[in-house]
Design a binder for this molecule. Structure first.
Ligand SMILES: [Zn+2]
Length: 867
C-alpha cells in the first residue's frame, strides 16, 4: 500500500510538478539521469533589461527514465519552440518546469534545445545589473545560489546532477566577461564581442556563474600551486574607480598562499583550471565561491580608508572561506541543501585554520571567539533554533537553511571535533572524504564514515547530538567550600537550553587561585551531572573558568563566586584569549539576567581603557554598548556612557593605535555628549582643525557621521544643507548608497515611511542598500518613531522572504524586532507569532529574533532600578 502510494505520488509529481524542486523529484531524476552537459549561449545588450539564452541540454536517461515524463526546471520566458531530440516541441510551462512527454525521449543520449529569456534588474533577478551613478556604466553578474539557476536557463536544478558547462556570452564590445572556464573572445559584428569559456569540470547548477561589464583587470603571476599550470595568473577584476583603493599585492598574496596552504591541508590539488576574482559593487553576500571565479562584494576586499584590524581579519576569513569552498562544496558537493552546513561549516572552520597559520598576527581563534561563535549562541539558545543538518522537502525553501546555525555553529562544532580527534586524524578523515567523492556528491554520513575510519572510533553519538539535534547544552560548574575553605563538592552540570538530553562534551576548567595561579583540568561529561573529583580538597580556589581555550561549543555560565572574581579581575588578565573568554562568559551571564549589566559595563570600561588589541577593543565596545544602550534604563546608563565618551575621546588624542575608526563608529552611533557631536560634525564636513590627527575617515564613515548629525537635526532645510555639504566633498564619485543610508537616520515620520516603502520595492534601490540601511532606520533613541513599523514589517516578512535574497529576511526581522527593548514591542511580536497563518520558516526566524528582545525586557525588569 505504501509502495503503491509512493509510486502514485511520484507519477503525479512527474506529470504535474509542484513549484520549486521537491525532494522526491530530485531523487528520481538523480536515479534516472546521468552525464549531463549544458551548452549555454547568452546574449546581453546595453542598457541591460534581460539576458537571452540558447540552451542545449544533453544527458543520458536510463530505461525507466525514458518511459516517464521528464521534468526540466525553468521559470522565465520562452522565446521560440523547443526541440527534443531534433523534433520541434511546444514547451509549455507547468509551475517552474517543462514536462517533456516520454514518447519524445529515448533510453540513452537525449538532447533538448530551448530559446529563452530571463529578466535582469538591480534586485530580485538571477542576473543582477548594477548601474554606476558616477559614470552610468553597467555591471552584470549572475547569482543563482541556492535555487535560481532555473530562472536563468532550463536545467535540472539540484546539486547532485553535476554537469559540465560550455558557456558563451555575446556582450557589448567594450565589456569583458568572467566565467568558470578559461576565457577567449572574438569580435562579433559592429557592436558586440563573443566571449567563450572552456568546458568546465562537473559542477552543480548553483556554481555556474558569469559577470560582465567594463571591468578593469590586474593580472599577476600565482606561486606554484598543485593543479594549476605553472605560470598561471590570478586575474583581479574591478571597477576602474576602485583602482586607487585596491591593495592588489595583498589580495594576490592571500589567494596565492591560501591556495598553496589549502592544497596541503586537504591533500588534494586545486580542482579547477584557473582562478579569477571579481569585485562587484552592491554584491549581496561577502563572497560567492563560484568554481574558478570567486565573486566578492567590492567593499569586503577594498577600502577607501586605512582598514581597521576587524576589517582586515574579516577580509582574510572571507578570502580563505571562499578558497576552502573550491574543495568543500565545489570539488565535493552536498547531495541536497539539507547538508548546506557541510560546505559552510568547513569553509569557516578551515578559513580560521588557514588564518592562524598564514597570518598569526590576526589571532584567528580570538576572532573566532569574538565574531563567529556569539551569533551561534544567540540563535541556538532560542526555540527557533534548528539542527545543523536541516531536513528540506523542497529546494524552493533552501533559503531558510542559511543562517548562524550553518555559518557559525557548524564551524564551532567542527573545531571541537578537530580537537577531540586530534588535528592529524581529523585531516586524515577529511582527505579520505575528498578523495573518495572527488567531483561528486556526498552527505554528512559520508563525512562521518571517513572520520570514523580515520579515528577508528564511533562517532554516532557525536553526530546524533551535534549534527542532528537542535540547541546546545548550558553548562555550569557547581562547587562548594567547607569550613576550612577547601573544596568539598564539585560537579559539572549540563542541561539542554531548549530541547532535551545531554551532549558528549569535553569540558576544560581553569582553576584560578586568589594569587592568580592557574591549573587546567579536563572533564568528560555526557550526563546531567558529572563529579569533578580532582577538585575535592583543593585549597585557595578563587574562580573556576569553564572552556578557557574556547574549544568547546556550549553556553558556559559562571557560578556566582567565579563571576564576582571575573568582574573584578578580567580586565587585568594578561593572555588575550583568556581575557576574552572571561568577558564572553560574563556577557552570557548578563544575557541570562544573572549579572547586572551595570557591573559588566563597569568592568568592560576598565578593559576598554587599557585594551591595546584594536579588534578586541571594538568587541568590548559592542558589548558595553549593548549594556548601556539596550539593557540599562537611561538613568542607570547615563553616567557610564558619559565616562565612556570621555575615555574614548581621550584615546583619540593618544598615539595612533588602530582603535580610531572603531571609536569614531561607536561614538557616531551611541555618543550623546557635546564632544561626540563635535567629532561627528568635524568628520562629516571635513573640518580639519576639529578632527583628531589619526582619525582618517573614508566615505562610509563620513556618511555615518552625517547620519549622526541628521538624526539630531530638526528642520528639513538644515538636513538637506548637511547632505549637500557632505556630498559636495565627493563630487564625481558614486555616493548614492551612502546618501541613502545616511538619510534613513532622519527622525521624522515622513522619512521613516519613505524608507519603509522603498524597502518593499524591487526596482530600486539595490537590495543590499536596503539591508544596510536598516540599522540607521532604527537609529538609537528613535524607538517611539519606528515602533509603528514593527507590526507592518512582520506582516511583510513573507513577501520579504519570497522576494529577497538569503540573508535579507533574518536581517529584516532582527532589525525591526531588536530595535526595541520593551514589553509593548514583545507583545506585538508575540501576536505575530501566534498568527496561525504565519509561514513556519518565518516563524522560526522570528522566534530567533524574539529571543534578543525578550532577554532585553527580562534584564530591564530585573536590573532596571538602581541597587
Ligand atoms: Zn560559504
Amino acid at each position: 500500500m505504501l509502495f503503491a502510494l509512493t509510486v502514485f505520488s511520484l507519477a503525479a509529481q512527474l506529470q504535474d510538478p509542484a513549484p520549486g524542486i521537491a525532494a522526491p523529484l530530485a531523487q528520481r531524476r538523480a536515479a534516472t539521469i546521468s552525464s549531463v552537459r549544458y551548452d549555454l549561449a547568452f546574449r546581453i545588450e546595453a542598457p541591460v533589461k534581460h539576458a537571452d539564452c540558447e540552451a542545449t541540454l544533453r544527458f543520458a536517461l536510463d530505461e525507466a527514465g525514458a518511459k516517464e515524463p521528464l521534468v526540466v526546471d525553468f521559470d522565465g520566458e520562452v522565446r521560440a519552440r523547443a526541440q527534443v531530440n531534433g523534433a520541434a516541441w511546444e514547451a509549455v510551462r507547468v509551475a517552474d518546469h517543462f514536462v517533456v512527454p516520454p514518447h519524445l525521449l529515448r533510453n540513452g543520449e537525449n538532447e533538448l534545445r530551448f530559446s529563452v529569456r530571463s529578466p535582469a534588474a538591480p534586485a530580485g533577478t538571477p542576473l543582477t545589473v548594477y548601474r554606476d551613478a558616477a559614470d552610468g556604466a553597467e555591471y552584470c553578474y549572475t547569482l543563482v545560489v541556492p535555487a535560481d539557476a532555473h530562472r536563468l536557463y532550463p536545467c535540472f536544478d539540484q546539486p547532485d546532477l553535476k554537469a559540465t558547462f560550455d558557456v558563451s556570452l555575446r556582450i557589448p564590445k567594450d565589456w569583458s566577461a568572467i566565467g568558470n572556464g578559461v576565457a577567449s573572445s572574438a569580435e562579433d559584428g559592429e557592436a558586440q564581442r563573443r566571449w567563450t569559456f572552456s568546458t568546465t569540470k562537473p559542477l552543480p547548477t548553483y556554481l555556474m556563474a558569469f559577470a560582465c561589464g567594463p571591468f578593469a583587470k590586474i593580472e599577476s603571476p600565482l606561486p606554484a600551486i598543485p593543479g594549476i599550470e605553472q605560470g598561471s595568473t590570478l586575474r583581479t577584476w574591478f571597477r576602474e574607480s576602485e583602482r586607487k583603493n585596491l591593495d592588489e599585492p595583498t589580495l594576490l598574496r592571500m589567494h596565492g598562499e591560501g591556495l598553496q596552504w589549502l592544497c596541503g591541508y586537504f591533500g588534494e590539488p586545486y580542482p579547477f583550471d584557473k582562478l579569477d576574482i571579481v569585485l562587484l559593487p552592491g554584491f549581496p553576500y561577502g563572497g560567492m565561491e563560484h568554481a574558478g571565479a570567486i565573486f566578492y562584494r567590492e567593499k569586503a576586499l577594498s577600502f577607501d580608508h586605512e582598514p581597521t584590524a576587524g576589517e582586515l581579519a574579516r577580509r582574510s576569513a572571507l578570502v580563505y572561506h571562499e578558497l576552502s569552498h573550491q574543495w568543500f562544496g565545489n570539488l565535493v558537493t552536498m547531495r541536497w541543501f539539507d547538508d548546506l552546513w557541510l560546505k559552510e561549516g568547513f569553509a569557516t572552520f578551515v578559513a580560521h585554520e588557514a588564518m592562524a597559520v598564514l597570518e598569526p598576527e590576526k589571532k584567528a581563534w580570538l576572532r573566532f571567539l569574538q565574531r563567529v561563535k556569539p551569533r551561534a549562541y544567540e540563535v541556538d539558545a532560542t526555540p527557533g533554533t534548528v539542527p545543523v543538518f536541516q531536513e528540506l522537502a523542497n529546494l524552493a525553501d533552501a533559503k531558510s537553511a542559511y543562517g548562524p546555525i550553518v555559518y557559525n555553529k557548524a564551524p564551532a562544532v567542527l573545531r571541537e571535533l578537530d580537537d577531540r580527534l586530534g588535528s592529524a586524524t581529523f585531516r586524515d578523515g577529511v582527505h579520505r572524504f575528498l578523495a573518495k567523492h572527488r567531483f561528486g556528491n556526498a552527505s554528512w554520513r559520508d563525512l562521518a564514515d571517513a572520520l570514523q575510519q580515520a579515528a577508528k572510533s564511533d562517532l554516532s553519538r557525536w553526530s546524533e547530538r551535534w549534527l542532528l539535534s537542535p540547541s546546545l547544552p548550558r553548562v555550569r560548574v557547581a562547587w562548594e567550600r567547607g569550613a576550612d575553605g577547601s573544596v568539598v563538592s564539585a560537579r559539572v552540570l549540563q542541561e539542554a537550553v531548549d530541547g532535551q538530553g545531554t551532549w558528549p562534551l569535553r569540558v576544560e576548567l581553569l582553576v584560578v587561585g586568589s594569587g592568580g595561579a592557574m591549573r587546567p583540568l579536563r572533564v568528560e561529561c555526557d550526563g546531567a551531572e558529572t563529579k569533578v573529583d580532582e577538585l575535592i580538597g583543593a585549597k585557595d580556589v578563587a574562580c573556576i573558568v569553564p572552556n578557557p581555550r574556547d574549544v568547546a561549543y556550549a553556553q558556559f555560565l559562571p557560578d556566582a563566586t567565579s563571576s564576582a572574581w571575573m568582574l573584578a579581575h578580567a580586565a587585568g588578565i594578561e593572555d588575550a584569549l583568556l581575557r576574552a573568554v572571561l568577558f564572553g562568559c560574563l556577557f552570557e551571564a548578563v544575557r541570562e539576567a544573572e549579572v547586572d549589566p551595570a557591573a559588566f559595563a563597569e568592568s568592560a570600561l576598565d578593559a576598554i581603557a587599557r585594551e591595546r588589541d584594536a579588534d578586541t577593543h571594538a568587541w568590548m565596545l559592542d558589548m558595553f554598548g549593548t549594556c548601556v544602550m539596550r539593557y540599562l534604563p537611561e538613568e542607570r546608563a547615563v553616567e557610564l556612557r558619559e565616562r565612556a565618551e570621555e575615555t574614548l575621546l581621550g584615546q583619540l588624542g593618544e598615539a595612533k593605535s588602530g582603535r580610531e575608526l572603531p571609536i569614531l563608529r561607536w561614538l557616531s552611533r551611541n555618543g550623546k555628549g557635546a564632544g561626540a557631536m563635535r567629532l561627528c560634525r568635524a568628520v562629516a564636513l571635513g573640518v580639519a582643525e576639529d578632527t583628531p590627527p589619526h582619525v582618517v575617515a573614508g566615505k562610509e564613515d563620513r556618511f555615518a557621521a552625517l547620519a549622526a548629525l541628521l538624526a539630531r537635526t530638526d528642520t528639513e532645510a538644515d538636513q538637506e544643507a548637511l547632505v549637500e555639504n557632505v556630498r559636495a566633498a565627493f563630487a564625481g564619485q558614486d555616493v548614492e548608497r551612502e546618501t541613502f543610508l545616511a538619510r534613513a537616520a532622519i527622525g521624522t515620520e515622513a522619512n521613516k515611511q519613505r524608507c519603509f516603502d522603498s524597502y518593499l520595492r524591487l526596482d530600486a534601490p539595490p537590495e543590499q542598500w536596503a539591508q544596510d540601511s536598516l540599522g540607521n532606520f532604527h537609529w538609537p533613541g528613535q524607538a517611539p518613531l519606528t515602533k509603528p513599523f514593527l507590526a507592518r514589517a512582520l506582516e511583510k516578512a513573507q513577501w520579504v522572504k519570497a522576494n529577497r535574497r538569503i540573508f535579507f529576511m533574518p536581517a529584516w526581522l532582527d532589525a525591526f524586532v531588536n530595535a526595541h527593548a520593551d514589553a509593548d514591542a514583545l507583545a506585538i511580536v508575540d501576536a505575530a507569532i501566534a498568527n496561525d497563518g504565519l509561514d513556519q520558516d518565518v516563524k522560526k526566524k522570528l522566534l530567533q529574533s524574539r529571543d534578543g528582545l525578550a532577554r532585553a525586557v527580562r534584564i530591564r525588569e530585573r536590573f532596571g532600578s538602581a541597587r
